[in-house]
Design a protein around this ligand. Structure first.
Ligand SMILES: [Mn+2]
Length: 363
C-alpha cells in the first residue's frame, strides 16, 4: 500500500528548491525519536542548518523575537504542528517578507499553510492516517532523488519511536531486508526498538543537550550497529530505566481505579520527565483502560493519557477536560496536557468517562 505524502511533482519540486535556499538556514525538530530521526535524515542530504530540538509547536513571543533577529532565509520545522501557531508565523513573515518556510509534519492539522512562502507537507491532507514524520521525510528524500536507502534504519527508529507503525510497514520491511536482524518479528522489541529507547532516555535525562548528542551520533553513524555502540547513550538509558522502575513501583501503591468506567489514575513523583514513559508502560499493561498519569510540575500538573485499544479517543478527552484550566490534546491513543487545577480536571474527567460509559452501554 502506497501512502500519499505530497500532492504532485510541482509541489515536490518546490520543496526541493526551498530546501536548497542559500543563506541562513534554521532547523527545528520535535524533541522525540521521530523528530530527531527526521532531522538526521534531512541533514544527511541538506547540511548547513543551525539545528535545534523543541518540546512542542508553541511559538512564544521570545521565540518570535529570536527568529526575527536571526534574519533567516529558510526555516524548517519537522514533526512540529506549527500551523496551530499560524498567527505568530504571519507576524514573522510580516517582518521577514522574503523568508521561506518548510513544515513537514504528521499531526492533525489546524490549517493547510501552503502558500508562496511556505511548503507544508502533511499526509493527513490526503488521508486520516498515522504516519510518522520519519517515514514522510524518508519518502520525500527518496522522491527528491536522494540515495536515502542506506539510512532506512534511521527512518525505522523514528517510526517505532512513535509506536503507531501500521501504515509504515514497508519502510520497516525494507530496513529488515537491508539490515537483517534490525527489525525481526517484533519491531517494538527489536534492535531498532532499543535504539528508539536510547533516544527517548537521552532526552528524558539530558533534555535538549541529549537531543543534540543523539542527532550528532546519528549523523556520525553509517550503520545502526554503530549507533547502538554509543557508551554515553547506554549509560543514560540504564539510569532512566532504574528511575522508571522505582516510579512505577511507587505509582502502583497510590493508584486510583475506577473499575466501572475503565479508568486508572496514577500519580508519579520524580525529577525526570517520565510521564509519557510511565503512561506508555501502564497503557500497554492495561490496553482496554483509559490511563491518566499526573505529575506535579511547579504550580501545575503535567498529564499523560493512553488508551491502547483506541476505544476511547484520549486526544479528544484531554481537549474537553482542560478547557479554561490548561492546554491539551494529541492523538487517538496517546495524549498529553498541562492543567493548573487538578480537582476541576478530575471532576470533568469523571463526568466525561461516565458519559462515555453510558453511551457505550446503550449499544
Ligand atoms: Mn513527535
Amino acid at each position: 500500500m502506497e501512502n500519499m505524502i505530497i500532492s504532485d511533482e510541482k509541489e515536490l519540486k518546490r520543496l526541493g528548491e526551498f530546501l536548497k535556499t542559500p543563506g541562513k538556514r534554521l532547523l527545528f525538530s520535535h524533541r522525540d525519536a521521530d523528530g530527531i530521526c527526521s532531522a538526521a535524515l534531512l541533514l544527511k542530504f541538506f547540511g548547513e542548518f543551525e539545528s535545534n530540538a523543541r518540546q512542542g509547536p508553541r511559538i512564544e513571543k521570545e521565540f518570535v523575537k529570536e527568529l526575527v533577529e536571526k534574519k533567516p532565509d529558510l526555516i524548517v520545522f519537522l514533526d512540529l504542528p506549527v500551523d496551530q501557531e499560524w498567527e505568530k508565523l504571519e507576524d514573522i513573515f510580516k517582518k521577514l517578507p522574503s523568508l521561506r518556510m518548510v513544515v513537514i509534519d504528521h499531526h492533525i492539522y489546524e490549517r493547510n499553510m501552503n502558500s508562496g512562502n511556505i511548503v507544508h507537507v502533511n499526509p493527513r491532507f490526503f488521508e486520516d492516517k498515522y504516519i510518522a514524520t520519519s517515514y514522510v521525510a524518508y519518502k520525500l528524500l527518496q522522491s527528491l532523488g536522494k540515495n536515502v536507502s542506506p539510512f532506512v534504519w534511521i527512518s525505522a527508529i523514528g517510526i517505532i519511536g512513535d509506536y503507531d507503525i501500521k501504515y509504515c510497514t514497508d519502510v520497516l520491511e525494507l530496513s529488515e531486508k537491508t539490515y537483517p536482524g534490525s527489525i525481526g518479528k517484533n519491531p517494538m522489541s527489536s534492535k531498532l526498538g532499543y535504539a528508539s529507547e536510547l533516544i527517548c532516555s537521552a532526552v528524558t535525562i539530558k533534555g535538549n543537550e541529549g537531543a543534540d548528542s543523539v542527532l550528532k551520533i546519528l549523523l556520525d553513524s553509517n550503520d545502526y550497529r554503530k549507533f547502538l555502540e554509543s557508551k554515553r547513550l547506554k549509560t543514560w538509558h540504564q539510569k532512566v530505566r532504574k528511575e522508571i522502575r522505582r516510579v512505577i513501583k511507587d505509582a502502583y501503591r497510590n493508584r486510583e481505579i475506577h473499575a466501572k468506567m475503565g479508568l486508572h489514575i496514577y500519580t508519579i513523583m520524580t525529577r525526570m520527565s517520565l510521564t509519557s514513559a510511565v503512561s506508555t508502560y501502564f497503557g500497554e499493561k492495561y490496553p482496554d483502560k483509559v490511563i491518566v498519569i499526573r505529575k506535579k510540575s511547579g504550580n501545575e500538573w503535567k498529564l499523560s493519557f493512553r488508551n491502547q485499544s483506541g476505544a476511547v479517543n484520549v486526544g479528544n478527552l484531554a481537549k474537553r477536560c482542560v478547557q479554561g484550566i490548561g492546554t491539551g490534546g494529541g492523538h487517538k491513543k496517546a495524549a498529553g496536557a498541562i492543567v493548573s487545577d487538578w480537582e476541576k480536571f478530575r471532576e470533568r474527567l469523571l463526568e466525561e468517562m461516565k458519559a462515555l460509559k453510558s453511551k457505550q452501554s446503550k449499544f
